[in-house]
Design a protein around this ligand. Structure first.
Ligand code: MIG
Length: 627
C-alpha cells in the first residue's frame, strides 16, 4: 500500500481508520492551514480529462466533477438537484486521469467541496476546523486505491441472508391489523415477501423501546407467528429519547449522565417526534453500551432487525430558538410589515429545524466537545453502539453515517421521492457508497415522498432487484405503494421473483466484496478506459459478471445501451428466461417489457440462478441453471 498520512493540529479520533500509520513530517503545499480563520484549505489541480469519483451519498453524477458538495449529515427530505448535503458524510474521493490518486479527509465537522465548480480546473476544499488527518492513497488505478482505502477503514458489515429478500415498508403500518392486511395482500397475489417494517407509530407516543399495547396486544407472540410464516418485523428506533418524568429510558439516561449537555451543563433538549427529547451521547462508551443494550428488550421478543433514524441528529426545534422566534414576530404584531420584515419573520420559523445554533449549544463527553465540531459522528457512533450490543446476524441499517459506520451496519439513502430522476440518482450513488465501504445499501424503492405510478415502481424495481437492500418504502399521506396495490400484480410478481432467483449470486457477491474489500457496483470507467465507458453515467458493472442498464424514464419501452465489450443480453421474468442474445461491443437499442428484468452477462462469465420462493426461509439455494 502506498498511503501517506498528514496530520494537522490535534484531530479528534473518529476511529474511521483502523490501521496505524506513521505521520509524514511535512504537510504538502497544496494544504494550507489558516489558524486565524480556523480553516484548512486544500487546492488540487484538475486536468481537462480528469474524472472525480467518490463522496459516497451525494447528489450529482458518477463523475462528481463540476459541482459543489458539503459534508454535514443533514435531514433533508427533498433531494432536488441543487442540494449539497444529504444524510451521510463520506470524505473519500479519487481523481482519475493521467495519474490516479485517492484522498480521505478524516474530519468529523463540516467540509465544503468545490469539485471544479467555481474554477473548472481546480478542486477547492474548505475544512471548517484546523485539526484533521489527511490520507493520500497512490495505488495502481481506481480498483487498487479503493481496495487500499477499504483495507485501512476495516471490513464492511454483512447482514443475514434473509435481508436480501424483498421488503415492504411504509410510514406507517400502525397496528397488527394493517400488517396482516399487507401480508395477506402479498400472499393472495403470490408475491414473495421477507419483511414488514414498523415505522414510528408502533411505539407508545414515539417513545423508543416501547410498544403500543392496543396496536400490538401480544407483540412477542405476534412476532413469533409471523416468523413461522418466514416474515420478520423490522422496527424503527429514533436517536432521541422522550423527555418525560417516569419514562424509565429517560430516567436512566438522565441519572447516569448519558445525555448530551447544553452549554450551561443541563441535558440538551430539542423536539423531535416524541416532543422534547434528550439525546444519548453516543460518543461516550458507557452511554453507547447502555443504549445498545436497550435493543435487547426487542431482540428478546424475537426481533431480528432494526433501522435507526433521525440520527444526523434531526432536530425540529429547541424551546429557546422557538421562543426567540415568537418574541421576534410579537414585535411586528398588528404592524404593516414591509417585505423584508415579513421574510425575516417567516424565516425565523422555517429555520428552526436542524439549526446550527442548536448544534453549537449541544455538548458531548461531559461538556468538553461541541457537537457542531463532531456533528458527522453522531449517527456513526449510534450505529456502532447498537451493533456492538446486538446478537450476531441481526439486520441493522442507519440513515446518518460517516466512514467507519460501514463496519457496523448498512445504510438507506433517506427520503427520496417518487420521481423518475431518483431512479437514476439511486443508480449513481451505488458505486460511490461502495467506495466508502457501504455494501448493504438501497434507496426507498418506488420513492418515499409523493405518489408512485405503477410504471415507475416497476421500472424502479428493475434496478432494486440488484441492490442488497430491496425495500419498498413510502411516506405518510402518499398513495399505497405495495406491489399488490396497483391492480394486475402479475408483473410485480415476475419482477420480484427474479430477485429471489438472484439471491445466491447477490449474497455471495456481497460477502466476497466484504471479505476482499471490493466493490459490488462499479462505474464502467473502473474497468474500461474508452471514452464512452468513462462518460457512462446510467449503467453499472456488478461484480465481475454483470452489467446493468435499467430503464429510468417514463413511457419508454426500451433504451440505448453501450457495451464496452461483447456481452450476453438477458431478460428474466418470473421463472422464465424471456431473452438471451449475444451482442457485440458497441451501442445497441434494447427493448424491455414492464415485467422483465434486463441485464448483461459479461464475456466468458456465468450467473447462477436458483428457483424463486415465497421468502428466503423457503428458498432452495441450489443452482437451478446458469445464465
Ligand atoms: O421526519 O419515521 O427517513 O424513512 O418513514 C420523518 C418516519 C421521520 C424519516 C425517515 C423515513 C421515515 C420517517 N422518518
Amino acid at each position: 500500500m502506498n498511503i501517506q498520512k498528514f496530520r494537522i493540529g490535534k484531530p479528534f479520533n473518529t476511529e474511521a481508520v483502523i490501521l496505524d500509520f506513521p505521520i509524514e513530517s511535512a504537510v504538502p503545499e497544496y494544504i494550507r492551514v489558516d489558524n486565524e480563520e480556523g480553516k484548512i484549505y486544500i487546492s488540487l489541480p484538475l486536468d481537462s480529462q480528469d474524472i472525480i469519483y467518490g463522496l459516497g451519498e451525494q447528489m450529482g453524477g458518477i463523475n462528481k466533477r463540476g459541482r459543489k458538495y458539503r459534508s454535514f449529515c443533514s435531514d433533508d427530505p427533498y433531494h432536488t438537484e441543487e442540494k449539497e448535503a444529504l444524510y451521510g458524510a463520506h470524505n473519500f474521493f479519487i481523481i482519475s486521469g493521467k495519474t490516479t490518486v485517492g484522498y480521505f479527509i478524516d474530519f468529523p465537522g463540516q467540509i465544503h467541496w468545490d469539485m471544479g465548480f467555481m474554477e473548472e480546473d481546480k478542486i477547492s476544499i474548505t475544512i471548517d476546523g484546523t485539526n484533521a488527518d489527511i490520507y493520500v492513497i497512490s495505488g495502481n488505478g481506481e480498483n487498487e486505491i479503493v481496495k487500499d482505502f477499504r483495507t485501512i477503514i476495516g471490513t464492511s458489515y454483512m447482514p443475514p441472508m434473509w435481508a436480501f429478500g424483498y421488503q415492504q415498508s411504509r410510514w406507517s403500518y400502525p397496528d397488527k391489523n394493517e400488517i396482516n392486511r399487507i401480508i395477506e395482500g402479498y400472499e393472495k397475489a403470490g408475491i414473495p415477501l421477507d419483511t414488514v417494517y414498523l415505522d414510528i407509530d408502533y411505539m407508545d407516543n414515539f417513545k423508543d423501546f416501547t410498544i403500543n399495547q392496543k396496536a400490538f396486544p401480544d407483540f412477542e407472540k405476534y412476532v413469533a407467528e409471523l416468523k413461522e410464516k418466514g416474515i420478520r418485523l423490522i422496527p424503527i428506533i429514533d436517536a432521541g429519547i422522550k423527555w418525560e418524568k417516569g419514562f424509565d429510558v429517560y430516567e436512566e439516561g438522565a441519572k447516569n449522565n448519558y445525555f448530551c449537555k447544553d452549554r450551561k451543563g443541563n441535558d440538551f433538549k430539542a423536539a423531535v417526534w416524541p416532543g422534547i427529547c434528550c439525546f444519548p451521547d453516543y460518543l461516550k462508551a458507557d452511554a453507547r453500551r447502555w443504549f445498545g443494550d436497550k435493543f435487547l428488550t426487542l431482540t428478546k421478543k424475537g426481533i431480528q432487525g432494526f433501522w435507526i433514524d433521525m440520527n444526523e441528529p434531526a432536530l425540529f426545534y429547541s424551546k429557546e430558538k422557538y421562543q426567540e422566534a415568537v418574541d421576534y414576530v410579537k414585535e411586528y404584531s398588528g404592524e404593516d410589515l414591509n417585505c423584508w420584515e415579513f421574510f425575516s419573520s417567516r424565516d425565523k420559523f422555517t429555520q428552526l429545524s436542524n439549526n446550527n445554533e442548536d448544534y453549537k449549544n449541544m455538548m458531548h463527553l461531559d461538556g468538553t466537545v461541541c457537537h457542531y465540531d463532531v456533528h458527522n459522528l453522531y449517527g456513526y457512533m449510534m450505529t456502532k453502539g447498537v451493533c456492538e450490543s446486538l446478537p450476531k446476524d441481526t439486520l441493522l441499517f442507519s440513515r446518518a453515517s460517516y466512514i467507519g459506520s460501514h463496519r457496523y451496519g448498512g445504510i438507506w439513502t433517506g427520503d427520496n421521492a417518487s420521481w423518475w430522476s431518483h431512479i437514476l440518482l439511486n443508480l449513481r450513488m451505488l458505486p460511490s457508497l461502495n467506495m466508502c465501504g457501504y455494501l448493504y445499501i438501497g434507496a426507498d424503492c418506488g420513492g418515499f415522498n409523493n405518489n408512485a405510478s405503477r410504471e415507475l415502481l416497476l421500472r424502479w424495481m428493475q434496478l432494486s432487484v440488484f441492490t442488497p437492500l430491496f425495500r419498498n418504502h413510502s411516506a405518510l399521506g402518499t398513495r399505497s405503494q405495495e406491489a399488490f396495490a396497483f391492480g394486475n400484480s402479475e408483473d410485480f410478481k415476475k419482477v420480484i421473483e427474479v430477485r429471489y432467483r438472484l439471491i445466491p449470486y447477490l449474497y455471495s457477491l456481497v460477502k466476497k466484496c466484504a471479505e476482499n474489500n471490493e466493490m459490488m457496483f462499479k462505474p464502467l470507467g473502473f474497468e474500461f478506459k474508452d471514452k464512452l465507458s468513462l462518460e457512462c453515467d446510467d449503467q453499472l458493472l456488478i461484480g465481475d459478471e454483470i452489467m446493468i442498464a435499467p430503464i429510468y424514464q417514463q413511457n419508454k419501452t426500451g433504451r440505448t445501451v453501450y457495451l464496452p465489450e461483447e456481452m450476453t443480453f438477458v431478460k428474466l421474468s418470473g421463472s422464465d428466461v424471456t431473452h438471451k442474445e449475444t451482442l457485440k461491443k458497441g451501442i445497441h437499442y434494447i427493448d424491455v417489457a414492464i415485467d422483465e428484468v434486463p441485464f448483461f452477462v459479461r464475456k466468458d462469465k456465468k450467473v447462477p440462478l436458483c428457483n424463486p420462493a415465497k421468502n428466503v426461509d423457503n428458498l432452495d439455494i441450489t443452482i437451478a441453471e446458469y445464465i
